[in-house]
Design a protein around this ligand. Sequence first.
Ligand SMILES: C[S@@+](CC[C@H](N)C(=O)[O-])C[C@H]1O[C@@H](n2cnc3c(N)ncnc32)[C@H](O)[C@@H]1O
Length: 216
Amino acid sequence: MSEYSAQASSEDKINGTVTGDNVRKRLGIIATCVVGGSLVALYAVAGPFVAPALRKICLPYVPATSVQVENVLKVLQQRSGSLVDIGSGDGRIVIAAAKRGFRAVGFELNPWLVWYSRYRAWKEGVHHSTSFYISDLWKVSFAQYSNVVIFGVPQMMEQLEDKLGKELQSSARVVACRFPFPSWVPDDMAGEGIDTVWVYDAKTFQSKVQINQTEK
Ligand SMILES: C[S@@+](CC[C@H](N)C(=O)[O-])C[C@H]1O[C@@H](n2cnc3c(N)ncnc32)[C@H](O)[C@@H]1O
């Protein structure tokens, strides 16, 4: 081998190593970005669904069945005006109520579900008679609504009973899906099993509160 060709091959070796290192470094950075970005995206999407489970009262996203929605509408047949779904999920109750002529509103903690509800309401042509808010149900007053729907969990019903008892007007009606309120006596009910809904008229539960207070 000539002196010239020996020198050339050793330079190639050095260049080759340097180039290989650079490529590996770049691949490392890209892999870190991809993994990091995916984790951030996963957290952003899944976080709001997991967050309710980490709260003091865990109210997970479980959508109402279509029979449940029909039962809600059945017990509200003779009613009109405004309706609120407390923890409105993907907006199915609000949208179904709007289709029956209610001015319907949903309060929901999960922003993805709120954006999806708005999209569904627009797609189904009821966006003018529906509103969806990203809100914590414990920080909202429901005083202005004449029909209130809640698909909650047993752990929250006593506290919610107290809140609604104080806030609602005497003409309001409350519909509880799947889990009844612990102290109020229902005025009506519909459906069976997991699709049962209980109806409570404010004039009934508010008069009971007054009787209890005068007895004390
Ligand atoms: C059992 S799901 C009912 C969904 C909907 N109402 C339906 O019947 O299809 C309860 C919903 O309440 C929401 N939620 C949980 N905690 C909440 C809070 N503090 N304020 C507002 N919404 C809440 C959950 O994200 C979930 O979508």
